[in-house]
Write a protein that binds this ligand. Structure first.
Ligand SMILES: [Zn+2]
Length: 559
C-alpha cells in the first residue's frame, strides 16, 4: 500500500483532488480525502457545488423519451419550445408538453417560429418573443426562461426578453470546451452577470462523445464549480444535432451519483435563476390591410436584399421534393417589372415537388394579416417558360403555418403579366397568409411586384391575366375548386404540355433539407450576430394535405 500523501493520483481518484487550492496542507488534504471516502455525502457538500442544467431546444419529438429518461433518474430538464412548431409532424404535441411538464420538467420559450431575432424589426421580434410566452402560458405552463434562436441576440433582443416577462435568456458557446471558446470560463456564475444572455456550452451535436459530456461537467467541478448548461436538440436519430440515445442514457447514469460524490446536482434553469412568474405580455398586433392597401407591406417589389444576396428581405424560399432550384435576385433593369430588381427562379433536374419565393412565415411583419370570412386577391407579376400557380399557406392565432390550397395554373408568358387569383373565404382561426408562384418543372420563372388586397376595395388588376392553363388535379379536388377566382381563369383552355406532367409525391420530401440548430456553423464571436444565410424550405401542393402544419426547415441555397 503506497503512501497516499506521495503517490501520484490514480485515474479513479476524483479529479478535484488534483485541483484543490494550494492553501490546503497535505494533512488537510488527507483528512478531506478520508472524509470523502468515509462520509461521501458530508464531504461532497464541502466541495464547491456544480449545477448542471440539461436543456432541450426546438420542440423535437425525440425529446419526449429523453424527458422520461430524466424523470426515471430523478432529474428535471428545461425544454425551450417554439410554440408555432407544436403539433407539427416530427415535433412535440401539446399533449407531449403537458406530459413533460407533468413530470416536473420546465417549459421555456424559444420564439413562435424560430427566426433570427437580430434581423427583425423590433415589433416583429417582440411578437416572436412575447406571443410565444403568451401561447405557452395559455396552455397552462409556468414560463420564465427563454433561449435565443441561433443564440443570436442584440441589445434590443435582451430588452425584449425582459419586457415579455422572462427572467432569463440563454445564448450558446460562451463556455469553454474542446469545441471552442478556449479563453472562456468552464462554467456560468450561479448569479450571472447578464441574465439575458446566459453563458452556455456549445450545442451538443453528433461529434460530441460521452467523454465530452462528462468533461463539460468535470471541468466545472475541478474549477470551483458553477453552472453548466448543456443544450440538446435531438436524442436519437440521424440529425447532425443528434446525440445517440445510448450516449444520453450513459451520461444521465454517470451524472446521477455525482450529487452524492461530487456535489454536482441537476436543476432546471428556472430553479437556478429563481424569481416569480411575471404577467404574460402580448406583442404588437398587425391589422389586416384596409381597403385598397397592399398587404405585402414590406419589399413588395423585391428591391431590398437580405443577409442572403439572392433572397429579398422579408421573403423566404420554399420548396420540397426532388429538383434543383436556383434563386437569383436579378438587378438587370429590363428584367424587373417594377424598380430595379426581380427574382429569377430556375429549376433543373426536376423529378417532383416545387420551389417558390414567398413572404416569410412570420407573425405579420412580412406576411399579410387577414380577417376570417373575408376573401383576398393575390397578385404577382411574372415571366415564365413553364406554367405556375400560387401556393397558399395560412397562419393560425398561435402562429403555426399550414399549407392551405393552391390556385389554378397560370400559363407561360415571355413578357411580364400579372397573375391574379381570389382566395376562398378565410377559414376561422386563420390570422395571416403567405403565397408564392411556384415552379414545378424545369424552366425559368421570374417574379416581381407582389400584392395582396382585401377584395373589397381592391384596385383593378393592372392587366388581363394570360390565357390560363387547366387546373391541377390537386386544385380541382380541394376546396378552391368552387371558388370563382378571377374571370380570366375560369377557362377551358387545355393545359400546355408542361402542365400535363403530373406533379407526384415520390416520398422524397425535404430531400434538399439540412436542418441546423441554434448556433450551427457560427464561430463564437458571431453568435450574437445574424444566423447564417440559409433558406427556409416548406412543402406545398401535392406534398401535404390542406391544413397540415408545416415548419420551414433550413437548407442551403442552390446556385
Ligand atoms: Zn432553436
Amino acid at each position: 500500500m503506497s503512501d497516499p500523501s506521495t503517490a501520484a493520483p490514480s485515474p479513479d481518484v476524483p479529479p478535484w483532488r488534483r485541483r484543490r487550492p494550494v492553501v490546503l496542507s497535505s494533512a488537510a488534504f488527507l483528512l478531506v480525502s478520508l472524509l470523502t471516502a468515509l462520509l461521501p455525502g458530508t464531504a461532497a457538500a464541502q466541495l464547491p457545488q456544480t449545477v448542471v442544467s440539461l436543456t432541450f431546444d426546438d420542440d423535437n419529438a425525440d425529446q419526449l423519451p429523453a424527458a422520461q429518461t430524466l424523470q426515471a433518474a430523478g432529474m428535471k430538464g428545461t425544454f425551450y419550445i417554439p410554440s408555432g412548431f407544436v403539433d407539427s409532424p416530427d415535433y412535440l404535441t401539446r399533449a407531449d408538453l403537458t406530459a413533460i411538464a407533468g413530470m416536473g420538467h420546465e417549459i421555456g420559450g424559444h420564439t413562435v417560429t424560430h427566426p433570427d431575432l437580430t434581423t427583425l424589426p423590433s415589433d416583429e421580434a417582440k411578437r416572436q418573443i412575447c406571443d410565444d410566452r403568451v401561447n405557452l402560458t395559455n396552455w397552462g405552463f409556468r414560463v420564465t426562461s427563454f433561449a435565443y434562436p441561433f443564440a443570436a441576440a442584440i441589445a434590443d433582443s435582451e430588452a425584449l426578453a425582459q419586457q415579455c416577462g422572462y427572467n432569463s435568456a440563454r445564448g450558446l458557446g460562451d463556455i469553454q470546451s474542446r469545441f471552442g471558446c478556449a479563453d472562456c470560463p468552464f462554467s456560468e456564475s450561479m448569479t450571472p452577470d447578464d441574465k439575458y444572455y446566459l453563458k452556455a456550452l456549445d450545442q451538443v451535436d453528433n461529434t460530441w462523445t460521452l467523454a465530452d459530456l462528462q468533461t463539460a461537467v468535470t471541468n466545472a467541478e475541478t474549477n470551483n464549480g458553477g453552472w453548466v448548461q448543456i443544450t440538446f436538440h435531438h436524442v436519437g436519430g440521424s440529425d447532425p444535432l443528434a446525440v445517440p440515445v445510448q450516449t444520453f442514457d450513459d451520461f444521465v447514469n454517470w451524472l446521477k451519483p455525482r450529487a452524492t460524490t461530487n456535489n454536482t446536482v441537476v436543476k432546471t434553469v428556472d430553479q437556478v435563476i429563481g424569481g416569480t412568474v411575471n404577467a404574460a405580455v402580448n406583442g404588437p398586433v398587425v391589422s389586416p390591410p384596409g381597403p385598397g392597401v397592399n398587404g405585402v407591406a414590406q419589399n413588395a417589389s423585391l428591391e431590398t436584399g437580405s443577409t442572403n444576396p439572392n433572397v429579398p428581405a422579408c421573403y423566404m424560399v420554399g420548396g420540397y421534393g426532388e429538383n434543383t432550384p436556383t434563386f437569383t435576385t436579378t438587378t438587370t433593369a429590363p428584367n424587373a417589372q417594377e424598380g430595379a430588381k426581380a427574382e429569377d427562379l430556375s429549376v433543373a433536374n426536376y423529378v417532383s415537388g416545387d420551389a417558390k419565393l414567398l413572404p416569410t412565415f412570420d407573425l405579420g411583419g412580412c406576411s399579410p394579416s387577414v380577417t376570417a370570412g373575408r376573401t383576398y386577391s393575390l397578385r404577382a407579376w411574372y415571366k415564365s417558360n413553364t406554367v405556375t400557380q400560387f401556393a397558399v399557406y395560412t397562419r393560425s392565432g398561435v402562429g403555426t403555418w399550414s399549407y392551405w390550397t393552391s390556385s389554378p395554373y397560370f400559363a407561360t408568358s415571355s413578357t411580364y403579366t400579372q397573375a391574379v387569383w381570389t382566395t376562398p373565404a378565410i377559414p376561422s382561426g386563420v390570422t395571416g397568409l403567405s403565397f408564392g408562384l411556384n415552379q414545378f418543372n424545369n424552366g425559368l420563372l421570374t417574379t416581381d411586384s407582389y400584392s395582396f388586397y382585401d377584395t373589397e376595395g381592391a384596385p383593378n388588376p393592372a392587366a388581363a391575366a394570360p390565357a390560363p392553363a387547366q387546373r391541377s388535379a390537386k386544385a380541382d379536388s380541394s376546396a378552391i375548386s368552387t371558388a370563382a377566382g378571377d374571370g380570366a381563369l375560369a377557362s377551358t383552355v387545355p393545359a400546355p404540355p408542361e402542365a400535363s406532367t403530373p406533379v407526384t409525391d415520390t416520398g422524397a420530401a425535404y430531400a434538399r433539407e439540412a436542418p441546423t440548430g441554434d448556433a450551427a456553423h457560427h464561430s463564437r464571436d458571431q453568435r450574437r450576430g445574424p444566423a447564417p444565410g440559409t433558406v427556409l424550405l416548406v412543402p406545398g401542393p401535392n406534398q401535404v394535405e390542406p391544413g397540415t402544419p408545416v415548419v420551414p426547415l433550413e437548407g442551403a441555397l442552390t446556385g
